[in-house]
Design a protein around this ligand. Structure first.
Ligand code: DX5
Ligand code: ZN
Length: 225
């Protein structure tokens, strides 16, 4: 994974057909996805359950781009190696998920994966300040994690501006997750974000048998910037 700050669209398979992940991933990549965002939920850290490392390993061969695994689980540390073995390129953990975030980020990097740090909407940018040299990506949640299709929380845009300033020349991506669509994407990109996760805004209107809307939706987000 070479670092650059060009804008990358990362469709979240949370909005895909769960019975058809392989074909959905191939379809959305063929339609212009830059990364594939994989939402892991445990029914404990967030009020919803998706899937774990075995599903990640099963979908890995279908991903030609970047496998971006967002862990909404607590605890995180006992599962890091399993997600790395599943082939994750990026493993993101929440700062709110445990008491020892330095240990978690170091453990992620020790596997060879890139380390991501996610901040819930209620967590200020300063929470990332002591961690800037331990992370490759900061995921700014613009909804409370757990479900797709929620409304973008506008007060999070200021946090992106603050993080961009704090990051300076470091090779750290700023990713936005939640409620990204053509009306909100330009706000966060102007503030300094470079990875845009989008679930419902990419998958709406399409299917593996009719993937053209995926491409139209991705181009609509790009065109809004
Ligand atoms: C939310 C997940 C997101 C979600 C985004 O808990 O982390 O990745 O799929 O979905 P949309 O784009 O529909 O808000
Ligand atoms: Zn996510």
């Amino acid at each position: 994974m070479k670092f650059d700050r060009s804008v990358k669209i990362a469709p979240s398979i949370l909005s895909a057909d769960f019975a058809n992940f392989g074909a959905e991933i191939q379809a959305v990549e063929a339609q212009g996805a830059d990364w594939i965002h994989v939402d892991v939920m445990d029914g404990h850290f967030v009020p919803n359950i998706t899937f774990g490392p075995a599903t990640c390993a099963a979908i890995r061969p279908h991903i030609k781009t970047v496998m971006d695994v967002h862990l909404m689980i607590a605890p995180v540390d006992p599962y890091i190696q399993a997600f790395a073995d599943a082939g994750a390129d990026v493993i993101t953990a929440h700062v709110e998920a445990g008491p020892h975030i330095h240990r978690t980020l170091q453990a992620i990097r020790a596997t060879g994966a890139k380390a991501g740090l996610a901040l819930n909407p209620g967590t200020p940018a300063e929470a990332a300040a002591p961690l800037l040299d331990l992370v490759d990506l900061i995921c700014v949640m613009t909804v409370n994690p757990g479900f797709g299709g929620q409304k973008f929380i506008h007060s999070c845009v200021q946090k992106v501006t603050e993080l961009r300033e704090m990051i300076g020349d470091r090779e750290v991506h700023i990713e936005i997750d939640g409620g990204v669509d053509p009306s909100t994407a330009p706000l966060v990109v102007a503030a300094g974000a470079d990875v845009l996760v989008a679930g419902s805004a990419v998958f709406k209107g399409g299917s593996v048998d009719n993937p053209a809307p995926y491409g139209e939706n991705i181009r609509a987000i790009r065109a809004s910037l």
